[in-house]
Design a protein around this ligand. Structure first.
Ligand SMILES: [Zn+2]
Length: 51
């Protein structure tokens, strides 16, 4: 690839890019109570994570 601009991560809830500078939230795929600590996480818009 010749474009060295890193692609914005995609929010899996709304399928839109998450540009740097907007409020974002790291969401654990597995609840911590079920051993998800340190497990995979997804990046969401903060407003999406609150729904
Ligand atoms: Zn979103």
């Amino acid at each position: 690839m010749t474009d060295d601009t890193p692609a914005d991560p995609i929010c899996p809830l709304c399928d839109r890019p998450i540009p740097p500078g907007v409020p974002q939230s790291l969401h654990h795929l597995v609840p911590k109570l079920r051993g998800g600590k340190g497990g995979p996480t997804v990046l969401l818009h903060q407003i999406c994570g609150l729904m």
